[in-house]
Ligand binder design. Structure first.
Ligand code: PEP
Length: 266
């Protein structure tokens, strides 16, 4: 039987960890538990300043490191930027791109250039897409966001591509208002259909991984595990709370284990 890839939990620490000591300490407090997981992998995305130090601790396949953004050119006169090459040299294998908290700072073609550069450096882009509200145009918004990226990106190595459906209304909302698994599945259908048109082959689309993100925590993750077809999760605010994160890992692990046992005993 072909082994399924592990479920991913991408921990987007955002700007919530503010010293190297805290970043390394937080990572080390989680990593021993994560190294023992059978079906789950953590991608830790610290602020740029700490990627290198965290990556030095990331000596196990269950926990890898990603950046929260990266500039598409390798080097040059770009004051304040961190290039994709710098991210890679610092030890990142993934880069979150097109996050809604950054979209106002960049154009659609910037996002596409970043995705291209990340893929060219044999890293994985975690491309965030999502509608602002569930109005009558929400499906078109998702379709357009996908076109804006993939019509400009070489269609190679789909196995390196990760798409995170992050409806803007659900991200970091004070009301803690995640999408439901039903809303995620509706979006996934739209996303897969559009990707099928863009990539023109179902095989390519089947290699892309899909995540959900937006106000997820240890209370609502089970809805997605039980009722959605999801390859993993992008977690923001609670991702620097080891207690909540550990519970989420445990829930994912138990769920996948139960599914495997059920498949064998059927
Ligand atoms: C995010 O920033 O990608 C995110 C999902 O944030 P939160 O979990 O805080 O909604």
């Amino acid at each position: 039987m072909m082994q399924k890839p592990k479920k991913m939990i991408v921990a987007n620490w955002k700007m919530n960890v503010t010293s190297e000591k805290d970043a390394v300490g937080l990572f080390n407090s989680i990593k021993n538990v994560v190294s023992k997981l059978d079906y789950t992998q953590m991608i830790c995305c610290p602020p740029h300043m700490y990627v290198n130090q965290v990556a030095k601790q990331a000596n196990h396949k269950n926990y890898r490191v990603g950046g929260q953004d990266a500039y598409p050119e390798e080097s040059g006169s770009r004051t304040g930027e961190t290039s994709v090459l710098m991210m890679k040299n610092a030890g990142a294998e993934y880069v979150i791109l097109g996050h809604s908290e950054r979209r106002h700072l960049e154009t659609k073609s910037d996002v596409a250039r970043k995705v291209t550069a990340v893929l060219e450096h044999d890293m994985s882009p975690i491309i965030c897409i999502g509608e602002e509200t569930r109005d009558k145009n929400w499906k078109k918004t998702l379709q357009q966001q996908l076109k804006d990226v993939f019509n400009r990106v070489p269609k190679k190595n789909p196995e390196n591509i990760i798409i995170a459906y992050e409806p803007i209304w659900a991200i970091s909302s004070d009301k803690k208002n995640p999408a439901t698994s039903t809303e995620y599945m509706e979006a996934l259908e739209v996303i897969k259909k559009e990707l099928q048109k863009i990539f023109k082959t179902a095989t390519a689309v089947s290699k892309i991984r899909f995540l959900y993100g937006g106000s997820l925590d240890d209370k609502n993750i089970e809805d997605f595990l039980k009722n959605a077809d999801v390859d993993g999760f992008l977690v923001g605010r609670v991702s620097h709370d080891p207690r909540i994160l550990m519970t989420m890992f445990r829930l994912v692990e138990d769920h996948v284990h139960k599914e495997l046992v059920e498949a064998i005993t059927k």
